[in-house]
Design a binder for this molecule. Structure first.
Ligand code: GLC
Ligand code: CA
Length: 576
């Protein structure tokens, strides 16, 4: 193996790390109630250790009414009984640590549950001391409370309907960018911020290794001096105004993140991992958020590449143009080359399965999944693997609305039908492509009943393809998708050029082949991926320099050639 370079010695630990996201409800159920839980996760740590990941990110396990599957928290310092207890959590954390892995919590602090005691107090009267902890506003002037359009702004909620609800108790509206059971916290109030920082320190003191920060770029709203919030533009065909320009990356966001860093993260021996989920963030914003000198967050989740197949909204599905994907990733790689850091992901609990989305989940499932993995993991940045991605699990392919559980999907379906925006078949087709439930079917552990996920009835149906696609069938098979992911992860750990090399995009105009070079101190990697099910010629600008290069990893059993790719082929060549 190559000696670590000077760059590698000073680089933060997470530049060569791979993170694995666990969505607890769907991971493994230990007690037969059909819901995944902490003991279930503990029972599957061998799988994660074998895979070789460095960090586990746990989607929320806090006390929650589960209106948005745990992203609606009613107690930040308690574990929801459906997932277990604090003792179970401590045991899991200790086990994760003893295996040399880290554990990162989800941090959901743009909003709480409406059942959180803070909101219960806040809503109780106009002069409650916590009234100002949330966004309460009066009815729009000259309108009847509760009348359509009487909301304080015209913003739509991410889960359909208006972003405001009238609370009959005090006759005012409260803001909820997500469901009505997820009221937005008012970060303008310093007591709110102090409480959140104290809670974060409490988890760090318990031993957690960082936070994935849910929609953290929504916490600062563009409130006017008179306390009002601006209306948003109503795009063609939309039912509500677009509030994002007024709550996305708002005026005080950098200030809040820097304050959080000072109050929570600064001065610790091992720097916790911080990743901010930031819908709508641009490259220029991300440079500021991730510049180490500014001390805000280590990296952000940006959404550009997972929006390239969206039309008017996420449920308006368009085919991906590969040149768009390359332009987008290329811009992010270049923009964060000198300052800042990228996170890299295809999948998470909000996105459809990548093999069904940009690959081929039929005939070429394994090839397309491993090609997609290769292209992603060879970029510069920290890769995230979402549970089941390492098995090439596919979309759910549900055919009836009754199969869905996700609030976003169900609300969208009901709203679009009610307003005659689409018919049932069209809606079911777009949910089949884009619903978050595609990622939320249970992890397929083996070929026994319910894929080995539960001995009971799962909260959401297991994909019937578990008989062919499951972990048990892949663990010991060197040709499996799982074994391929193991090798990719290992490559990042052992090849400094994978973690830290410069990135140069090639063939930007090619609609079939993804190609780029990584280079670090005399070592170069050429990465090629065929995004189609047909053979493709590859015409590199200086193909001759790769003659005699060594194939580091590829998804066919024989190395192949650089000037022609087989269906969904991936190749990584090394020279120097
Ligand atoms: C984030 C989460 C998503 C959740 C939303 C509201 O986008 O990833 O699952 O519904 O925030 O918390
Ligand atoms: Ca359970």
């Amino acid at each position: 193996m190559t000696e670590p370079t000077a760059a590698a010695v000073v680089a933060p630990w997470w530049t060569s790390a791979v993170v694995y996201q666990v969505y607890p409800r769907s991971f493994a159920d230990s007690n037969g109630d059909g819901i995944g839980d902490l003991r279930g996760i503990a029972s599957k740590l061998d799988h994660l250790q074998l895979l070789g990941v460095d960090v586990i990110w746990l989607s929320p396990v806090y006390a929650s009414p589960q209106d948005d599957a745990g992203y609606d928290i009613s107690d930040y310092r308690a574990i929801d009984p459906s997932f277990g207890t604090l003792e179970d959590f401590d045991a899991l954390l200790a086990d994760v640590h003893s295996r040399g892995m880290k554990l990162v919590m989800d941090l959901v602090v743009n909003h709480t549950s409406d059942e959180h005691p803070w909101f219960v107090e806040s809503r109780s009267s106009l002069d409650n001391p916590k009234r100002d902890w949330y966004w309460w506003r009066p009815t729009r002037p000259h309108m009847e409370p509760g009348a359509p359009g009487a909301e304080p702004t015209n913003w739509g909620s991410a889960f359909s309907g208006p972003a405001w609800d009238l609370d009959p108790l005090t006759g005012e509206y409260y803001l909820h960018l997500f469901s009505r059971k997820q009221p937005d916290l008012n970060w303008e109030n310093p007591q709110v911020r102090a409480e959140i920082y104290a809670m974060m320190r409490w988890w760090l003191a318990r031993g957690v290794d960082g936070f994935r920060m849910d929609v953290i770029n929504f916490i600062s709203k563009a409130v006017r001096a008179d306390g009002s919030l601006p209306d948003g533009i109503v795009h063609d065909g939309a039912l509500y105004g677009d509030g994002q320009p007024h709550f996305g990356c708002g005026p005080r966001l950098h200030e809040y993140l820097q304050e959080m860093h000072r109050e929570v993260f600064a001065g610790r021996d091992v720097a916790p991992l911080t990743v901010g989920e930031m819908p709508g963030v641009t490259v220029d914003d991300a440079v500021l958020f991730t510049d180490p000198a500014r001390a805000e967050v280590d990296m952000v989740f940006q959404f550009e590449h997972v929006g390239l197949d969206h039309g008017a909204g996420k449920f308006d599905v368009h085919p991906l143009r590969l040149t768009d994907l390359k332009a987008s990733f290329g811009r992010w790689q270049a923009g964060l080359a000198e300052v800042g850091w990228n996170s890299l992901y295809w999948d998470n609990h909000d996105q459809p399965r990548i093999v069904s989305r940009f690959g081929d989940d039929g005939e070429h499932r394994e090839l397309s999944a491993t090609m997609l993995a290769t292209v992603l993991h060879l970029h510069r940045g920290t890769p995230y693997v979402y549970q089941g991605e390492e098995l090439a699990m596919t979309n759910a392919h549900f055919t009836s609305i009754d199969s869905y559980r996700d609030i976003e999907s169900l609300n969208h379906y009901a709203e679009a039908l009610a307003h005659g925006q689409a018919n049932e078949d069209t809606l079911l087709a777009s949910l089949r492509a884009m619903s978050r439930d595609n990622a939320r079917t249970p992890v397929q552990w083996d070929a026994t009943a319910q894929a080995g996920f539960t001995t009971g009835e799962p909260w959401i149906a297991v994909n019937p393809n578990y008989r062919e696609i499951n972990a048990a069938a892949q663990h010991d098979d060197p040709g499996s998708v799982f074994s391929f992911y193991r090798r990719l992860i290992e490559l990042r750990h052992t090849e400094p050029v994978v973690a830290l090399g410069d990135f140069t995009m090639l063939l930007a105009d090619d609609e079939a082949v993804y190609a780029f070079v990584r280079s670090l101190e005399g070592t170069e990697l050429l990465v090629l991926g065929n995004f189609t099910g047909a053979a493709q010629p590859v015409t590199l600008p200086n193909a001759q320099v790769w003659a005699g290069a060594e194939l580091v990893i590829g998804n066919y059993s024989d190395p192949g050639v650089v000037d022609s790719l087989r269906p969904w082929e991936a190749q990584v060549w090394r020279r120097g």
